[in-house]
Ligand binder design. Sequence first.
Ligand code: NAD
Ligand code: UDX
Length: 459
Amino acid sequence: MKKDKNILCIGAGYVGGPTMAVIASKCPDYKVTVADIDEKRINAWNSDKLPIYEPGLSELVRNVRGKRLFFTTDIAKGIKDAGIIFVSVNTPTKTFGEGAGKAADLQYWEKTARAIVEHAEDNKIVIEKSTLPLRAAEAMHRILHSNTKGLDFDVISNPEFMAEGTAIDDMQNPDRVLIGGMETASGRKAVERIVEIYAHWVPRERILSTNVWSSELSKLVANAMLAQRISSINSISALCEKTDANINEVAKAVGMDSRIGPKFLKASVGFGGSCFKKDILNLVYLCEYYGLPEVAAYWEEVVKINDFQERRFVKNIVKNMFNTVAGKKIAVFGFAFKADTGDTRESPAIYVSRMLLDEKAELAICDPEALDNAKRDLADDKGKFEFVNDPYKCARNSHAVLILTEWSEFRKLDYRKIYASMEKPAFIFDGRNLLDHKELFKIGFNVFPIGSTKFTHLK
Ligand code: NAD
Ligand code: UDX
């Protein structure tokens, strides 16, 4: 197979695995290899139990794996063989040195650039799939051109907009695909090559070409603006709880304004996930770096409101359970940062659980897909907590049930049975406004939704 039909993706995570499975399934004329340094992860991609849970992913992988889609740890060979290299490694928030707590940690990303320089034997197109700060492509370009082999590389920015839980559908039917390239003859040609790949299944009018910096910045801004909507509605949920207004009614009324729109206005215990907080803080850092403190402060507030919402949720629990949860069993329904994923990165459940453990509550945690990750997240935490597969067992003898992830399974449970097995008075704190609160109240629960009046039998 010709090298320009040979794609390598470095980084076999939540983005690399699913995006490449979709490309392989849609582009029969390409061979796609996904490489990672993590041998365990690659073995899992080659097995029946994939390393991540995502609806529709296993079927997709099963159809193309071994035919047009391959998973390997042999990064050097992958680089040699491919003409097109996607880089999809993690870019977490820096925890050390200059910019710690805000800037992106680019060490994994830079290592891939250096690996490409070391192993490449001919010219290649290198595509930033990871979310990166503005001007990262320029830095990548410099590292790649430090090679002494006379090789030439085109660097393209092609950020990923998929959301977990709907990743496959998002990739198969994207709102848009963004491809940013350098404004040179060779840069434009490289953009066209990547456009050609996506045009296998994405209508041309939805494939947007921009300059490389607009592409990099658009990704950060899209995430910041989505998170901003959640923080906006969550801030108003606090006001609703004080005033008898109902956040669901407010969100509906506001969202019916076609200029605002109804999506991403669901009040919750807070947003989680590996992207929102990291990408906003990255934006904040960039604004500070470029001497725009007012703009930085504006965006940082989105993260602060999210922290406030998580803290407020826990304070509400403690206050309403007679100012103490010490020694009380509390059932945590849901640990994933949203439904339909096993991912728990930055999940509000982590912070809520930690605050409750500090209050000496005894936690029982259930989740249909995220318990392995939950165990890792709480591995170093002190206090009493257990992981339980069965929600009925989880709730038995507890004083309160907390809904922290909006799994549809939790809506279908028999809450009469749960109520009967709990200590009394029994509480439900619905951090996702998932359940029928009036019905729960009728059963006997004291119910605390987000952003609307509580239903309580307590005098
Ligand atoms: P991830 O942590 O799930 O996967 C990253 C993978 O890269 C890991 O398996 C890691 O072992 C591998 N890796 C790190 N250094 C490597 C190296 N030098 N060589 C080979 N492999 C290496 O991360 P993710 O969630 O897939 O995110 C990847 C990027 O995509 C990030 O920049 C993220 O911001 C962005 N992104 C993520 C999402 C999402 O929903 N997860 C959505 C859009 C964009
Ligand atoms: C996000 C972006 O949506 C996606 O475009 C980008 O590529 C990666 O980051 P993701 O984090 O996977 O995707 O999930 P998303 O659906 O955005 O949800 C993020 C968090 O916000 C979750 O914790 C979710 O429960 C919460 N959320 C979302 C709300 O609390 N209310 C809403 O109305 C929407």
